[in-house]
Design a protein around this ligand. Structure first.
Ligand SMILES: Nc1ncnc2c1ncn2[C@@H]1O[C@H](COP(=O)(O)OP(=O)(O)OP(=O)(O)O)[C@@H](O)[C@H]1O
Length: 239
């Protein structure tokens, strides 16, 4: 579970400050995909950056976890936030940020070894998890290829697998379909929804593109840093 509680985030703007996020409260449940949409500049990426503990908000809480295990990530020191991110948060950002020199398999291995929770994990366990994720995103047979040898959709699949390789509770996804045609985009959205359900992650997904809204369990619209009324047209799925 991730819950943003009354988050406000401002940035310096000359002598003033711009309010990018204005008292936003938002909850992402386990095994569900919560979409965040809204016009350009409305604050969507800022919300995701706060959820990712990459930016500390001016005020408000970022609760991550379940019941007794819940912590407020907004209160953590930088190093504790980094540790939290490596162990409990998966991030799939707009440019898939794959390392050009590494094969698909190696992209996952590097991330798996970075995860704080995997330091004690034997290599065999990491390798098994990497292979399982490659299979889950349908890329086992392309695992030895480097990013330039893969299509846009395949690169996005690797980025998703990499975001999940340390078994995070929270998955944050920014505009996963922006570089893809509609068919490829639909496949990627369905893949994210399936992995979210199978692994029980609390997934927050920023998207401009409401063509794929049917795979979202919830959808919030952000305008000028605030959430507008919930979109009643999207049914809340039960799992
Ligand atoms: N690092 C920053 N410094 C100053 N202002 C920023 C910074 N990041 C975002 N902003 C401002 O905060 C507001 C929200 O931006 P944000 O990128 O979160 O919106 P967005 O909805 O994700 O937009 P887009 O869809 O174009 O990516 C905008 O006014 C933007 O100019």
């Amino acid at each position: 579970m991730i819950e943003l509680q009354n988050i406000t985030l401002t940035f310096p703007d000359g002598d003033n400050r711009i309010t990018a996020v204005d008292h936003i409260t938002l909850r992402g449940g386990n095994g569900t995909v919560t979409g965040i949409t809204g016009p350009s500049g409305s604050g969507k990426s800022s919300i995701l950056a706060v959820a990712a503990t990459l930016i500390r908000p001016d005020s408000g809480g970022v609760l991550i976890g379940n019941d007794s295990d819940t912590i407020d990530a907004a209160q953590l020191s930088k190093s504790d936030a980094t540790a939290l991110r490596r162990e409990r948060i998966g991030i799939v950002f707009q440019q898939s940020n794959l390392l050009p020199a590494l094969t698909a398999r190696e992209q996952l291995q590097v991330m798996a070894r970075l995860g704080g929770g995997t330091k004690r994990t034997r290599k065999a366990k990491i390798d098994a998890r990497v292979e399982e994720l490659l299979d889950a995103v349908g890329l086992t047979e392309h695992a030895g290829k480097r990013p330039h040898q893969l299509s846009g959709g395949q690169r996005q699949r690797i980025a998703i697998a990499r975001g999940l390789v340390h078994e995070p509770e929270v998955l944050l996804v920014d505009e996963p379909t922006s570089a893809l045609d509609q068919e490829r985009g639909a496949e990627i959205m369905q893949l994210i929804a399936r992995l979210t359900r199978e692994r029980g992650t609390a997934t927050l997904l920023v998207t401009h593109d409401l063509v794929h809204r049917d795979v979202l369990d919830d959808l919030v619209t952000v305008i000028d840093g605030r959430i507008t009324a919930p979109d009643a047209a999207v049914p809340a799925h039960t799992h």
